[in-house]
Design a protein around this ligand. Structure first.
Ligand SMILES: Cc1ncc(C[n+]2csc(CCOP(=O)(O)OP(=O)(O)O)c2C)c(N)n1
Length: 571
């Protein structure tokens, strides 16, 4: 305990945030949270005024993913709180530590359908790791401290703290309690048992065709170096999930690339031929496995995962190592034998077959601007060093395929929920967490328009983002599904957009346009040299598709491939 004094609940709120090391809060004021906003002026914490509360949640999320710290969002009751919901669900599905604080109507009005009353703890119950309704000033500090502890410990996730207006206004004699937070029944620190480590090491040593999976847990646990050591010792090749990209260097000789629905064809085939999968910090999402009945039929599975609820949820594990993946790798490393899997790696390379012929990078120039070319050129120009935040759709998959990430926390994307509108606000959060990074937003013309109002926040904050709008005039990924599975009937996917250059200019920002591949380098140079956020309207091929594609629910080896030039020219 440290010395304290008389404080209101609102002051206590900021005191806790300051003591938790919070530097920036993303929020939007309103009646039920006004006491908290008023008290804010007394504390040295930066507040970013968003244009929509969804933006606040995504900014806090981007901040958390870029920095590894807890992101904080603040909103009023009712519509302010419900506007946070999409951002909270996004963080929940991707295990991102957030604390979302909402004002609530005075406690004596709760349940009366008071003005701007929403039961936000009820609404967010299934999309938060935990949530709290605080109605007494005495509970503000303990519950906020618990919220930070729950958000960051174990498998991270969003926590919501709803504080009534009277609890913010009431005062008490406040002393800071810095004893460790203890929650009965909550055991975030699990560790794999030594006998299980031994069994896993035996399976690894005996495997001839192992594939190691790098999931989001590797990034979250900061286990990239350990993974590299493990892979170089065992000689086993690595496939990544979307959220695992960068957890293992893409340019490492043992990196195979991304697996799953839009993964490389040879990666999916290797998984189907493997005799062992070592899944590290991933949860066998349906976009990764395809049809479960035919998934990796020859492979034993070692599942290393922090959350016991993920074990045997989708795929049965032969050995389950429940615990922090960094601890698990530390225990496994001395237990496994040095291995040589050259012939297996060569076999996987032979599975590439005609992939190069089908790759858009090797197709003869057509004079048209393809999104894949934009990604490749951005990767080359930025030397693979940018922090890239993608939205959801085709551009997200092309980025994953063509921008090679060699370092963790350099790709931020909404994987689990697939939230359009995520990229621009999440990128602003990431930029505030890492001001020295060159941050690129890769976003479709559809998703950009969902949260483009946050351009105004970028301008107000003086933040420098490079926004690449991959403008194909369609809700591209849905159009692709319509082309493949709905007979080319384009229901509600052609989209008319505003002039994005003028939109940028209306915000006092720089807007640029690219229509030919030859212009990319010069326009990117202009964007990098400009002050403040720059929007680049890339007018790309309108009806291109992302290949390969495993149709939803199909066998993982059953992929739709990009036509070869010969196939494409057939009538
Ligand atoms: C909030 C939200 N609404 C709907 C969808 C369904 N959806 C997934 S991809 C997509 C199309 C995205 O279009 P665009 O932003 O233009 O990107 P593109 O696919 O063309 O690269 C849609 C509508 C979604 N993922 N998120």
């Amino acid at each position: 305990m440290t010395a304290g004094g008389e404080r209101t609940g609102a002051q206590i709120l900021w005191e806790v945030l300051a003591r938790e090391g919070v530097e920036v809060v993303f929020g939007y004021p309103g009646g039920a949270v006004m006491p908290a906003y008023d008290a804010m002026l007394e504390y040295p914490i930066r507040h970013v005024l968003v244009r929509h509360e969804q933006g606040a949640a995504h900014m806090a999320d981007g901040y958390a993913r870029a920095s590894g710290r807890v992101g904080v969002a603040l909103a009023t009751s009712g519509p302010g709180a419900t506007n946070l919901v999409t951002g909270i669900a996004t963080a929940m599905l991707d295990s991102v530590p957030l604390v979302c604080i909402t004002g609530q109507v005075p406690s004596k009005l709760i349940g009366s359908d008071a003005f701007q009353e929403t039961d936000i703890t009820g609404v967010t119950l299934p999309i938060t790791k935990h949530n709290y309704l605080v109605t007494r000033v005495e509970d503000v500090a303990p519950m906020l401290r618990q919220a930070f502890y729950v958000a960051r410990s174990g498998r991270p996730g969003p926590v919501l703290v709803d504080i009534t207006k009277d609890a913010q206004q009431a005062s008490m004699h406040f002393t800071w309690d810095d004893s460790p937070v203890r929650l009965p029944g909550y055991r975030p620190e699990l560790r794999a048992r030594p006998d299980e480590i031994r069994r896993a090491a035996d399976l690894i040593d005996r495997a001839e065709r192992p594939v190691v999976f790098c999931g989001h847990g590797i990034v979250a646990a900061g286990a990239s170096d350990l993974l590299r050591e493990f892979v170089e010792k065992t000689g086993a090749p690595v496939a990544s999930t979307l959220l695992g990209l960068g957890g293992f260097p893409a340019t490492h000789p043992l990196s195979l690339g991304m697996m799953g629905m839009h993964g490389e064809a040879w990666v999916n085939r290797a998984i189907q031929e493997a005799d062992l999968l070592v899944a590290l910090g991933m949860r066998f999402d349906d976009r990764v496995t395809g049809k479960l009945e035919t998934y990796a039929p020859r492979a034993k599975k070692i599942h290393c995962e922090l959350d016991p609820a993920e074990i045997n949820k989708n795929v049965r594990a032969d050995v389950a190592l429940v615990g922090d993946v960094a601890d698990t790798l530390r225990a496994l490393l001395p237990a496994v034998a040095r291995g040589d899997r050259h012939s297996w790696v060569e076999r996987i390379h032979s599975l590439k077959g005609d992939s190069a012929v089908r790759d858009i990078q090797t197709l003869p120039p057509s004079g048209r601007l393809f999104a894949a070319h934009v990604m490749h050129d951005l990767w080359r120009i930025t030397e693979g060093k940018a922090l890239v935040v993608t939205d959801v759709g085709q551009h997200q998959m092309w980025e994953a395929q063509y921008y090679k990430h060699d370092h963790p926390r350099k790709l931020i994307t909404s994987g689990g929920l697939g939230t359009m509108g995520f990229a621009l606000p999440a990128a602003l959060g990431a930029k505030l967490a890492c001001p020295d990074e060159e941050v690129w937003v890769i976003v479709g013309d559809g998703g950009f328009q969902m949260t483009a109002a946050e351009l105004s926040t970028c301008a107000q904050e003086g933040a420098k983002l490079h926004v690449a709008v991959i403008n194909n005039g369609y809700l591209g990924m849905v159009r692709q599904w319509q082309e493949f599975f709905y007979g080319g009937r384009y229901a509600a996917t052609p989209m008319k957009s505003p002039d994005f250059v003028k939109l940028a200019e209306a915000h006092g920002l720089v807007g640029l346009r690219v229509t030919q591949r030859e212009q990319i380098a010069d326009v990117v140079a202009t964007a990098r040299a400009a002050e403040g956020t720059v929007v680049i309207d890339f007018r790309v091929e309108r009806e291109d598709s992302v290949y390969p594609m495993v149709p939803a629910g199909a066998d993982l080896h059953d992929m739709i491939r990009r036509p070869t030039p010969a196939e494409a020219s057939e009538p």
